[in-house]
Write a protein that binds this ligand. Structure first.
Ligand code: MN
Length: 438
């Protein structure tokens, strides 16, 4: 389990990049997340960067600074690419070597300041691309609170199917429509069928929703035919991001049986630009428990480390900015606040389960955690739950109401980790905007 603390987590570390030392900064020196960026509006090559305060450290430039050596130099060289798959595939020893070298070089008083200060660019001046080529995308369903709430709407008599407490349920999604924060897409059309209608129609979806998920990036993969044990599972996890897995609920309701989600889920999904490494999250691990009266996990999903620190304590907030708010210059309206630690299954259990049949994971593959709803209504990670299936309107701060997403709406998700004795770190944000259907 990747919960070992080292000098890079020391809460008293500060950086010579002054903005990184400000209270409530998402990207203090203890974080050091990775993205792929270039100067906004330019034709520069996209390349890897690390966030520090309100700046991006350009890893393609830093690679030539002469201050890194050995494995850290090999790792930073792999980041001079428009996709981080090669670096992610190098494994945790290389990720750690680079993190440690960057932490030292960016620390207050470092000799590297002179050489690295010219490798910084303000985050307000860059644009991002996907951080890696996502070969395969798998969507899990790990919040029992979400599964139960949604199950009640789709199957009132039988909300939670009996396999849920044994199998980390998932399905294979589609990666081609995953884009980075700022994504804009047209309201999808598809087959819709009202419960009392004789036949379906094809029309723009009317019950468009978001899903507040955590994205999980695989680093080094496994050989086809070889399962990853739960003890080794997190060695294969490069890091986490915020993930909005947009969903067309009316298309979903008609198409989802018997094989599961299809066109209701594959028209757009949006990731935050920054990958927060598993190592950066080490101070924010939490125990994972399963009540004694619930089924206990099968052996391949059970380990001592998973019990002690298998969960991630990440706060997850959703806000909605309507077109009217934007025009009036009003702030976005809060919709929900949840936490990834409520997940019924852990990241390690997802990895162990996904590979138990020998399925090979590849560097840059991504898992969606499934909508992360908590036990309370205010922690619901979708409008489907917040509006009780569209039956209750939600009143926003400016008096507008919603049951589902309307054209021009921007959904904003934020994530952060905070606890006594550790430096707060943030995930930044993921935003996405819905445009009218054709
Ligand atoms: Mn999903």
């Amino acid at each position: 389990m990747s919960n070992q603390l080292n000098e890079t987590h020391n809460p008293s570390l500060t950086s010579w990049v002054e903005s990184a030392n400000q209270e409530n900064c998402d990207f203090p020196i203890q974080n050091l997340p990775f993205a792929v960026f270039r100067k906004a509006g330019s034709s520069e090559a996209f390349r890897g960067g690390v966030a520090i305060g309100d700046q991006v450290l350009d890893l393609a430039a830093a690679k030539n600074s002469g201050i890194f050596s050995g494995l850290a130099q090999e790792a930073i060289s792999a980041c001079d690419a428009p996709e981080l798959n090669k670096f992610m595939g190098m494994g945790k020893t290389a990720w750690s070597a680079l993190r440690q070298a960057l932490s030292q070089a960016l620390s207050s008083g470092s000799d590297a300041q002179d050489k690295l200060s010219s490798c910084l660019i303000s985050q307000t001046e860059v644009e991002y691309s996907l951080p890696c080529r996502i070969g395969d995308y798998t969507d899990f369903y790990t919040s029992i609170h979400h599964a139960t709430a949604v199950g009640k709407l789709f199957r009132p008599d039988n909300p939670l199917l009996p396999n849920y407490k044994w199998v980390p349920i998932g399905y294979h999604g589609r990666s081609s429509s995953i884009d980075v924060s700022g994504q804009q897409f047209k309201r999808p059309s598809g087959q819709l069928k009202a419960p009392d209608a004789e036949k379906p129609i094809v029309a723009p979806c009317k019950r468009l929703d978001y899903e507040m998920e955590v994205g999980i990036y695989i680093g080094n993969g496994n050989q086809l035919g070889e399962a990853i044990s739960i003890e080794k599972a997190e060695d294969h996890v490069f890091g986490l991001c915020l993930f909005n897995d947009w969903s067309a609920r009316d298309i979903q309701g008609w198409e989802y049986q018997p094989l599961g989600p299809f066109l209701a889920k594959n028209f757009a999904s949006t990731v935050s630009p920054w990958i927060i490494t598993t190592e950066a999250l080490a101070p924010f691990r939490a125990e994972w428990t399963r009540d004694a009266d619930e089924p206990q996990p099968l052996e391949y999903l059970e380990s001592k480390q998973n019990r002690e620190a298998g969960s991630f304590d990440v706060q997850l907030e959703v806000q909605l900015e309507t077109a009217k708010m934007r025009e009036a210059g009003e702030p976005a309206s809060h919709l929900s606040l949840s936490n990834f630690r409520h997940s019924y299954w852990t990241v390690a259990q997802m990895v162990a389960h996904h590979s138990v049949n020998g399925c090979n994971l590849m560097p840059g593959d991504m898992f969606g955690s499934g909508t992360q709803s908590g036990p309370e209504q205010a922690e619901a990670g979708s409008l489907l739950e917040l509006s009780n299936g569209g039956k209750q309107t939600i009143t926003l701060d400016n008096g507008e109401t919603r049951t589902f997403i309307e054209d021009g709406d921007t959904v904003i998700m934020r994530g952060w980790c905070q606890r006594d004795g550790a430096k707060r770190i943030g995930f930044g944000e993921v935003t996405g905007t819905v445009l009218p259907a054709e």
